[in-house]
Design a protein around this ligand. Sequence first.
Ligand SMILES: [Zn+2]
Length: 209
Amino acid sequence: MNDSKGSNMYPKGTAAANGLVNCLVCYQLNIKQNSHCQGCGARIEVRIPNSVQITLSLLITSMLLYIPANIFPIMTTVVLGEETQSTIIGGVILFLDSESYLIASVIFIASIIIPLAKMTALAWLCYSVMFRHGIQQQELTILYRVTEFIGKWSMIDVFVVAILVALIQLGDLMSIKVGLAATAFALVVILTMISAQRFDTRLLWDKLG
Ligand SMILES: [Zn+2]
């Protein structure tokens, strides 16, 4: 109705609606007609193609892999020729028993709390975009940024196992071997990272108002 030209300092709608695209690599604002970023040369896309589908499929794969990551042993400890296999939770209990509370809590947070929180957050973000159910753009964008930031710290768990394996190699006296779950868990972390990276937060801001 009101089509006055001088009064609106801020253009209405999303950047895309105003012919602007944000570069996801260097965050420079580009005009839509550019195929590559003026700042860093990366390919720019108004919205990541099939963002939700790719995010969801990687998310479901990592949820499925999280099952063997917890069922199978993450490491096998050999003490005096006797093998003991421990799962992630088993490892936490083992370290609690030997009063190594710091390692126990690091493993518990990195391998149980962070991955589950991250998967729940990504599922919630996809659900919000797909069903547009009570979207709160700002809160969800913050949720996404936190998720992306903390996600990579889950790899600490894989590093703990890798360091233990490297440090404790005394043959039959005492040694630690990596179990199948370590591979599954590493895949969970990597896949959720790519999943989060493929999620286009700009979708949350579409259809505003
Ligand atoms: Zn750029």
